[in-house]
Design a protein. Structure first.
Lengths: 114, 115
């Protein structure tokens, strides 16, 4: 079974702090993704990566950056956290870039910015 | 452009009754369609997908979905609901020439199954 893990289930940070969210997958998947989930808005893509050191902006990249130095690890960085970044963050991966690929999701990190 | 709509925020059914969670989509080419389920405080889990072939797709936990091209729909169904099916359900779509990252998700439908 594919396993996608996220470094924290819950985080509380203060406005202006730099926040790191880490995601690790154990199945040698090429693609990795970061989404945020907000009630009534579904899942919105922040960034995704299709290879090491490669990244592409999703629908809502503003205020976020990402890093993928190793194939199995994809980090989401909030350079200066703001209260409107309070949300549930979900990481996902797929084996390849084919459109029929199933996405495998981590358990999520619930971030509260005070 | 691709889009997906889940017209119902909430679906309530009694245990043992059939359930339907609705999804409609819009793509410019051939669609790839997915259903995921999210239990409280968990990530999304894959249920089933339609890529090509039979319009009726069977998935995990007794769920199935019917692809209807003329109505651009992909409704999720189960003949007999269980209380444990209570969860948040997401429909997602990709166009055939879209990178796997470019899924569009619906807003989600909360299914509540009452004993």
């Amino acid at each position: 079974d594919v396993k996608v893990t996220q470094s924290s289930r819950y985080l509380v940070k203060r406005t202006g702090e730099k926040v790191f969210l880490e995601c690790v997958q154990d199945m040698d998947h090429e693609n990795m993704f970061w989404y945020r989930q907000d009630p009534g808005l579904g899942l919105r893509l922040i960034y995704f990566s299709y290879d090491v050191k490669m990244k592409e902006k999703g629908d809502i990249p503003e205020g976020y950056s990402v890093s993928r130095e190793k194939k199995e690890r994809f980090s989401l960085i909030l350079e200066s956290a703001s209260t409107n970044q309070t949300s549930m963050y979900l990481c996902a991966s797929t084996m390849t870039s084919g459109p029929g690929e199933t996405q495998y999701f981590g358990p999520g990190t619930r971030l509260l910015v005070l | 452009a691709q889009s997906v709509a889940q017209p119902e925020d909430q679906v309530n059914v009694a245990e043992g009754n059939p359930l339907t969670v609705k999804c409609t989509y819009s793509v410019s080419g051939n669609p790839y369609l997915f259903w995921y389920v999210q239990y409280p405080n968990r990530g999304l889990q894959f249920l089933l997908k339609y890529i090509t072939g039979d319009n009726l797709v069977k998935g995990s936990y007794g769920f199935e979905a019917e692809f209807n091209k003329s109505q651009t729909s992909f409704h999720l169904k189960k003949p007999s609901a269980l209380v444990s099916d209570s969860a948040l359900y997401f429909c997602a779509v990709r166009d055939y020439n879209t990178n796997a990252g470019k899924s569009t998700f619906g807003d989600g439908t909360t299914l509540t199954v009452k004993p």
